[in-house]
Write a protein of this length. Structure first.
Length: 197
């Protein structure tokens, strides 16, 4: 199974993705792999560093994300799925729709064409979970982060609202599962698991 956890910054997706992997391994005895997008392979991690280091024009940013994702798919995700593993990805295509199409203004037609090309021929299509969270909860979680913030992190309410709406639009158009992520990590994981089994 190919599982994607996505949502606004501070929605708890990274913590939930790792907790979900632990639950699948220990409770359901499923061989589950965790990875992240962008990143997840040596080459994709280099592209991730480029993306997070500084703000770039919308097309450079868009195609760097596509390159990182293509590498992650072919070097990590597809081999894992073909080996019978479950794959959990922290961010994926929903983020590109929100950050590059909704936020930056990359044409939807370009996004759709690249997405179709990337997903063509996969052993199975991703099951997307979009984690919904309030602005206040998001900001609190971001303030507690140990890692350094980057230019994608939300600081303004209007940006958060636009991105949150973008995730909702994507979820409706793709039949993604919406998850209430305002509660604990355990509650998020249980909601996800209940939609898997």
């Amino acid at each position: 199974m190919f599982i994607v956890l996505d949502g606004c910054d501070g929605s708890g997706k990274s913590t939930a993705a790792k907790a979900l992997q632990k639950y699948l391994l220990e409770e359901l005895h499923v061989d589950a792999l965790w990875t992240r997008d962008p990143g997840g392979t040596p080459d994709a991690e280099k592209l991730r560093d480029m993306l997070l280091s500084s703000k770039k024009d919308k097309y450079t940013e868009f195609f760097l994300f596509q390159a990182s994702r293509a590498n992650l798919l072919h070097a990590c995700i597809i081999p894992a799925l073909e080996a019978g593993k479950w794959v959990i990805v922290d961010r994926f295509i929903p983020s590109t729709f929100v950050y590059q199409v909704v936020d930056a203004g990359v044409p939807r037609s370009l996004f759709d064409e690249c997405t179709a090309a990337l997903l063509a021929g996969l052993p199975e299509q991703p099951k997307n979970f979009v984690l919904e969270v309030s602005f206040e909860t998001s900001q609190y979680r971001l303030s507690c982060r140990q890692e350094q913030s980057n230019h994608f992190d939300i600081t303004k309410r209007e940006v958060f609202d636009r991105r949150s709406h973008g995730y909702n639009v994507y979820a409706q158009q793709t039949r993604s599962v919406l998850i209430d992520a305002n509660g604990s990590t355990d509650s998020i994981v249980q909601q996800i698991v209940s939609n898997l089994v």
